[in-house]
Each structure stands twice: as structure tokens, then as C-alpha cells.
Design a binder for this molecule. Structure first.
Ligand code: NAD
Ligand code: DAU
Length: 344
């Protein structure tokens, strides 16, 4: 079968491309990516010349391009990763998030309706559920938790999810949706917590922790996320939402301390800075449904996953140094230069 992967030059999309080519060598993968600041063709270099892989540079909002691509490739399945994905950027400038995440998803859905599709899979996020209190560890996000998004990013993803489900109900489009917790692993852009802290620590630069660092995220190794999506597109039930997560809740400050320890860097690098606006307190996924119905369980423990991830960033310095040295510097200065350092 032919799988159209949007956003395959980004963090999770590229890991998914590698996983599919390795585990289903008879399938054809077509990657559509606009190569925004977050997309990187260097990442896909190892597979660019494989006969069952094709890369197409383009925007998911470009309806003419989508028509052409669907006519050329007749994809059986669309796995839709392409998005603006960074919460802090969405607070600075929401517009592109609304365009890409909402209108782009709608354009893809229309192409699927026009040309026909066996499955459209929407890669969504636990952030659509809003957040949970820090003092109620018994509460988890289930698929029945109401949508209650907080940031321009998460509200754009929530909007996209609603449109996807509406196309299923109204037009009978065969869709599935997955909502995953925070991913970590190779090829994550160093604006996100874990790679940013690794890169800064290696350069002996301050480690900017928002507020007190007590916010909790539920971390999942990226390959486990890819395996879950692979199961959903092959065995998942049309019209269903699946939560993906590994019951691995950690406070930000503990992650940053762990990175300092692993790299032999002093905790005095940790700098508490002005908090993120509207900062979600805690995310925690209940993955019981995907375990019960599809037999999925995470395979990589946080202990192993974070060790492998840190080692990957040590072994692949050129990959992230290109990014850190480029226009990212201006972004970093804009985002962090203005943040006040908090005392205590
Ligand atoms: P990323 O920012 O690393 O990659 C996004 C990719 O999409 C990039 O390659 C970029 O060039 C491409 N893209 C952006 N706009 C595009 C457009 N208009 N047309 C075509 N391509 C475009 O993101 P990521 O962290 O890999 O996340 C991928 C998906 O997974 C997103 O939909 C995100 O909401 C979702 N998700 C992410 C996480 C996480 O922890 N990173 C967790 C759950 C869900
Ligand atoms: O939960 C899934 C989501 O996880 C995805 O949908 C998003 O695409 C992805 O970016 C991620 O969102 P978060 O906002 O949770 O991830 P981020 O890495 O930006 O931040 C993780 C936590 O660390 C959050 O509480 C904010 C904090 N943080 C982040 C940065 C970049 C800091 O304290 N300092 C920082 O410099």
C-alpha cells in the first residue's frame, strides 16, 4: 500500500518514515513536507534514494498541489503529522498555527474526499484535553475527557480533530485520531524541553526552566508512538480516537536535573525564568483503550529512552549544531532574552 506521510521531515514524522520503511518494506512511503524551520531534509538523507520512498516539498494548504499529488500517487492511507507544533511559538504568533493546523487539515480531508482514501489518520495531542491539577494524581485523560484546550497551538489541534470527526460523521470519511503525550528521542528540534536542555548543558549555557519547574508531562519514547500509529492505521477501528501514553509522568525540574547528572554538568546552570503564559500544569494519559483493543504497550522505559536520546545528541552534534547556529539563534534571543530570571 501507499502511505502519504505529511510532515515527515519533522521529529515524529521522520521517525515514523524510518519505522515504516523498516517494518513494512513492501509499502511505498510518500512524504509531503513544506520544510519549515522544523523540517530538515538532512534527517531523511538515509532513505532519500530508496525506491519505495518519495519526498515532495509542498504545503498541505496548497489544494492544487494536493490534487496533483493524489492523482499521481493514489495514496491508500494518509498519516497526517504536518503541523506547527511548538506551544511557545503559538503564544508569540498564533496565525500560522491556525492556517497550517486547521486549514491545512481541512485541505487534506477535502483531497481525501475527492480522490478516495482507505484511511485518514490524524496525529493529535493530549493537549486538546487541557490540563489536570497537580494534586490529583488519580485523574487521567481518557478518550471521553472533554476537549478543553488552553493555548493557540492546542486549540488549533483541537479544531482540526473536530473537523476530522465531522468529515467522518457527515461524509463517511474513514478516519482515526490518536492523541499522544510528550514525545522524546532522536531528531527532535532543540526548541523543545529535552533537546534544548541537552544542547545548552553541553555548551555550559543557562538551562531556562519556566517558573518553578513543577509542571508535569507524561513522556513517551518516539518509536513507541510510531508503533502505536502503525497499529492504528492497520488494525484500528474507523471513527475511533485512541489515547497514547506510557504512564511516565515527570516534573520538568526533575528532567533537567537528570540531564545535568547524565552529562556531568552542575545544577547551578539551572535558571528559573518567567513562566509560559497559560502554562498547562499536568498532562497524564490513560492508554487503557489502545492496550485493550490493539494490544499496544510502550516498549522503551524512560531510563533507557533518555539514555539513548542523550547519547544520540552526543553522537549527532552536526545535525543539531546546524540548527542551533542558524536562524534559531534569533528565535532564542527573542524568546529567552526577554524572560526575566526568577530569584530563589
Ligand atoms: P515538528 O515541528 O518536529 O515537525 C513538523 C513538520 O511538519 C516539519 O517537518 C514541518 O516542515 C512540517 N510542516 C509544517 N507546516 C507544514 C505545511 N503547511 N505543509 C507541509 N508540511 C508542514 O513536529 P513533531 O513534534 O514531529 O509533531 C508532529 C505531529 O505530532 C504534530 O501534528 C504534533 O501536533 C503531534 N504531536 C507531537 C507531540 C510531541 O511531543 N512532539 C506529541 C503528540 C502529538
Ligand atoms: O503533550 C504533547 C505536546 O508536547 C505536543 O503536542 C507538542 O507538539 C509538544 O511541543 C509538547 O508540548 P509541551 O509544551 O509540553 O513541550 P515543550 O518541550 O515545549 O515543554 C515541556 C515542558 O517544559 C513544559 O511544561 C514547558 C517546559 N519548558 C519548556 C521549554 C522549551 C521549560 O521549562 N523551559 C523551556 O525552555
Amino acid at each position: 500500500m501507499t502511505i502519504l506521510v505529511t510532515g515527515g521531515a519533522g521529529f515524529i514524522g521522520s521517525n515514523f518514515v524510518f519505522y515504516e520503511l523498516k517494518s513494512h518494506p513492501d509499502d511505498r512511503i510518500v512524504c509531503l513536507d513544506k520544510l519549515t524551520y522544523a523540517g530538515n531534509l538532512e534527517t531523511l538523507a538515509p532513505v532519500m534514494n530508496q525506491p519505495n520512498f518519495r519526498f515532495v516539498k509542498g504545503d498541505i494548504c496548497d489544494r492544487d498541489l494536493l490534487d496533483w499529488l493524489f492523482q499521481e500517487e493514489h495514496p491508500d492511507v494518509v498519516v497526517h503529522f504536518a503541523a506547527e507544533s511548538h506551544v511557545d511559538r503559538s503564544i508569540e504568533d498564533p496565525d500560522i498555527f491556525l492556517r497550517t493546523n486547521i486549514l491545512g487539515t481541512a485541505a487534506l480531508l477535502d483531497a481525501c474526499r475527492t480522490h478516495g482514501i482507505a484511511r485518514f489518520h490524524q496525529v493529535s495531542t493530549d493537549e486538546v484535553y487541557g490540563d489536570l491539577p497537580l494534586d490529583r494524581p488519580d485523574l487521567l485523560f481518557t478518550e471521553e475527557t472533554p476537549i478543553h484546550a488552553s493555548s493557540p497551538y492546542s486549540s488549533s489541534k483541537a479544531s482540526a480533530d473536530l473537523i476530522v470527526m465531522a468529515y467522518h460523521r457527515t461524509f463517511g470519511l474513514p478516519v482515526t485520531v490518536s492523541r499522544c503525550s510528550n514525545n522524546y528521542g532522536p531528531y527532535q528540534f532543540p526548541e523543545k524541553l529535552i533537546p534544548l536542555m541537552i544542547a545548552n548543558a553541553l555548551a555550559d549555557k543557562p538551562l531556562p526552566v519556566y517558573g518553578e519547574g513543577l509542571n508535569v508531562r507524561d513522556w513517551l519514547y518516539v518509536e513507541d508512538h510510531c508503533k502505536a500509529i502503525d497499529l492504528i492505521i492497520r488494525q484500528g477501528k474507523v471513527g475511533e480516537v485512541y489515547n497514547i501514553g506510557g504512564h511516565n509522568e515527570m516534573r520538568n525540574i526533575d528532567i533537567v536535573r537528570l540531564i545535568c547528572q547524565a552529562l556531568g554538568k552542575p545544577e547551578s546552570l539551572i535558571t528559573h525564568v518567567t513562566d509560559r503564559k497559560g502554562h498547562d500544569l499536568r498532562y497524564a494519559i490513560d492508554p487503557a483503550k489502545i492496550h485493550r483493543e490493539l494490544g499496544w504497550l510502550p516498549e522503551t522505559s524512560f531510563r533507557d529512552g533518555i539514555r539513548q536520546t542523550i547519547q544520540w545528541y552526543l553522537d549527532n552534534k552536526p545535525w543539531w549544531e546546524h540548527i542551533v547556529n542558524g536562524e534559531y539563534q534569533a528565535y532564542y534571543e527573542k524568546m529567552y532574552g526577554a524572560r526575566e530570571t526568577l530569584k530563589g
